[in-house]
Design a protein around this ligand. Structure first.
Ligand code: SF4
Length: 497
């Protein structure tokens, strides 16, 4: 039988590149980039190309498992879905009745798009404010820094390549190739490319100027750039006069952050810092593209603000070929309060972030606060957790503390494709479907594209996260009827904003 080609979307990361899956005798046999995709432009990165190895990997979980031996002993028995889901519903209900709904945390990793909404929806309906994801060290600090400075997140205007592109702590050529190729437009057109990164990344090797700073010293460098731009009068005075507030206070504040001070902090020679500041300020419109490299340090929020200030000082903000405000396609966001049933969450139970000295901006429970709650009962004890598509033992700070915290739980559920170190500690492990096994919708984060994800194949008894939550909701008595009929599809209704 001839091969059939099915268009879908790669969801190994948020880029959501268009993918063509070739199917023979009902089984996917090869994948390729979809040239019609705005995001992927016909390209798949190495992870996208490895889709079939990932989906049909022999280590995939294929049936629900229930712990038999000591926690973490690796002794399991296979269970039916009904048995596993009944056990989860009963255990979470018992924790809620005995210790309050906040004693159960709902944890996920990188975004799964609209599937995220169902985890939050379940948690809100359950009554627990303790939902968390990777946002605190991935994206949210920069986003909040931008939002507090000028109201929204910006991105470079790649459709009109900036005269000067600053790539700061981002390695998209090796982690999200399609986003990297957009920057190649800047390179191929001979524009100025400044790369700020401790590592010799692929794009660093192509840069006009590679600033190799000490890891974690990004904020010091940003403050020194602001210092030079202000002290040398290189800022866009008209833009500052008409669109900025607090310039005088900023000028006074950054006087102390001289290039020679920053040299001691960053290891970058002062004359290089001055040269980069002059280049960025003089080569307009400029744009700054930052990545996870700046998000993993305690300075991440202030770093987001510093980058927003740099964009504003040089008048690149909102400029053609500068840093532009981006409007997502008009579909509901996966955090939309209506999708997540936020109104169902009681407002008298604080999450574990509750402390008088924290600004209540972070919409998710901080990881370090969750582990404190598990281990020390501060501000109260978290006794159960549902972990969806993430591996806190390897990705949260202080792995040994995290291992002790998850080992201390009364009841732990992990829903994943593989037996991760976190899953190895669970009471119940659920096999989850990959992006070739679900129907869903993907909204481009920084491109005007909405794509379908198609259920093309199935592996063992794996189910979609949505299907699992629907079944659990039914067992909690929230669906007003029997189990949801669909096993592998997410609900695409009501997504229009
Ligand atoms: S960048 Fe790679 S992993 Fe991410 S969606 Fe595109 S092909 Fe998939």
């Amino acid at each position: 039988m001839d091969k059939e080609m099915i268009k879908t979307t790669c969801l190994r990361c948020l880029a959501g590149c268009g993918m063509q899956v070739h199917v023979k005798d009902g089984r996917p046999v090869s994948v390729a980039g979809d040239p019609d995709s705005v995001s992927g432009q016909g390209i798949l990165c190495v992870r996208g190309k490895a889709t079939l190895d990932y989906v049909f990997n022999e280590k995939r979980l294929t049936v629900p498992l229930i712990r038999e031996g000591e926690r973490g002993s690796g002794r399991w028995r296979e269970a039916t879905w009904d048995e596993a889901l009944d056990l989860i519903a009963a255990s979470f209900s018992r924790l809620r009745d005995d210790h309050g709904a906040e004693s159960v945390a709902f944890i996920e990793g990188g975004s799964k798009g609209y599937l995220d909404a169902w985890l939050s929806r379940f948690a809100n309906k359950f009554g627990s404010p303790n939902v968390t994801k990777a946002a605190q060290h991935c994206f949210l600090p920069t986003f909040l820094g931008s939002k507090l400075t000028y109201g929204a997140l910006t991105r470079p205007d790649f459709e009109h390549p900036p005269e000067c592109l600053v790539v700061w702590g981002a390695n998209k050529h090796e982690t999200a190739l399609p986003e990297g190729t957009r920057k190649d437009m800047t390179i191929s057109e001979g524009k100025t490319l400044v790369v700020i990164d401790p590592a010799p990344t692929a794009i660093a090797r192509k840069a006009t100027e590679w600033v190799r700073l000490r890891p974690g010293s990004d904020l010091a460098l940003a403050l020194a750039l602001i210092n030079v731009i202000i002290e040398e009068g290189l800022y866009d005075a008209t833009f500052v006069r008409w669109h900025c507030v607090g310039f005088g206070a900023l000028k006074d504040h950054v006087k102390q952050y001289t290039p020679s001070w920053a040299e001691g902090e960053t290891g970058v020679p002062a004359e290089d810092i001055v040269r980069v500041a002059r280049t960025y300020a003089a080569t307009r419109p400029g744009a700054i593209f930052s990545g996870n490299g700046i998000e993993h340090y305690h300075t991440n929020f202030q770093m987001g603000r510093a980058l927003a200030i740099l964009r504003s000082l040089t008048g690149s903000l909102g400029a053609h070929g500068g840093d532009i405000f981006w409007q997502r396609p008009p579909l509901r966001h996966n955090g939309d309060p209506e999708l997540t049933a936020h109104g169902e969450l009681p407002d008298d139970v604080p999450d574990v972030n509750y402390r008088d000295d924290l600004i209540p901006l972070m919409p998710f429970a901080l990881h370090q606060n969750l582990t404190s709650a598990m281990l020390e009962g501060v501000p109260y004890t978290v006794r159960g957790a549902y972990v969806m598509g993430c591996n806190p033992l390897l990705t949260w700070p202080e792995s040994e503390t995290v291992r002790k915290a998850f080992s201390s739980l009364d009841f732990l559920v992990v829903a994943d494709l593989f037996m991760t170190p976190t899953a190895a500690l669970a009471d119940v492990v659920l096999p989850v479907a990959s992006y070739l096994e679900i129907d869903s919708v993907h909204v481009g984060e920084f491109v005007p594209e909405v794509r379908a994800t198609r259920s093309i194949t199935s592996v063992g008894q794996a189910r979609s996260d949505y299907g699992i939550f629907a079944e659990l909701a039914s067992r909690m008595g929230w669906n007003g009827g029997g189990p949801m009929r669909t096993r592998r599809s997410t609900s695409c209704s009501s997504l229009l904003a």
